[in-house]
Ligand binder design. Sequence first.
Ligand SMILES: Cc1cc2nc3c(=O)[nH]c(=O)nc-3n(C[C@H](O)[C@H](O)[C@H](O)COP(=O)(O)OP(=O)(O)OC[C@H]3O[C@@H](n4cnc5c(N)ncnc54)[C@H](O)[C@@H]3O)c2cc1C
Length: 179
Amino acid sequence: MKVVIIGGGPAGMMAAISASQKGNKVILLEKMQSLGRKLLITGKGRCNITSSLPIEEFIKNTPGNGKFLHSCYQNFTNQEIIEFLKEQGLEVKEERGNRIFPITDKSQDVLNCFIQKLKELKVEIRYHTKVEKILLQEGIGIKKAIGVKTQNQNIAADKIILATGGKSYPLTGSSRRWI
Ligand SMILES: Cc1cc2nc3c(=O)[nH]c(=O)nc-3n(C[C@H](O)[C@H](O)[C@H](O)COP(=O)(O)OP(=O)(O)OC[C@H]3O[C@@H](n4cnc5c(N)ncnc54)[C@H](O)[C@@H]3O)c2cc1C
């Protein structure tokens, strides 16, 4: 299957890695000139990767109804992200408050792990590519997404993953609306 992923933050990069490992042809579209710009400023440039607490504590500490996160936390646990980084050669350390950081104290090293894996899997990455619209199949009834429209072309897709993140500093690729 051809999978198009919109947004090259941690969610989009990990989706690209996972979809590619399952044998799909993956295209990752990023509107900025580089991946993971928000990730770079996390934890004051050190990246607080995760917590060592059990998943139940994650749920409890989520404002509102955290229970809906159960299945995604079970699918990919805090231990699994630590293992993923270790496999790419990055060790982590635990600090007060059960917080996990890269041993190097550099968010860039965390980002490099994602980039390295994307390269290894030969995921196609298109920079400066802003998705403006999701293309829907014409017809009556439930509309199926069949591709995306960027500034200068349409890209067909069997599956589309929207990973455009939340609002933050504009330099991180953030904007009020996902387009
Ligand atoms: C100051 C700060 C500190 C933080 N510290 C931590 C921390 O220590 N630990 C932690 O876990 N979290 C932290 N966070 C939160 C963390 O950064 C986010 O949860 C995380 O980046 C979300 O990842 P994402 O992939 O969903 O979205 P993002 O990182 O926002 O990535 C979305 C990507 O989509 C791209 N995009 C957007 N629209 C389009 C479009 N139309 N077409 C193509 N591409 C598009 C953007 O350019 C961007 O690259 C922090 C956030 C901030 C702002």
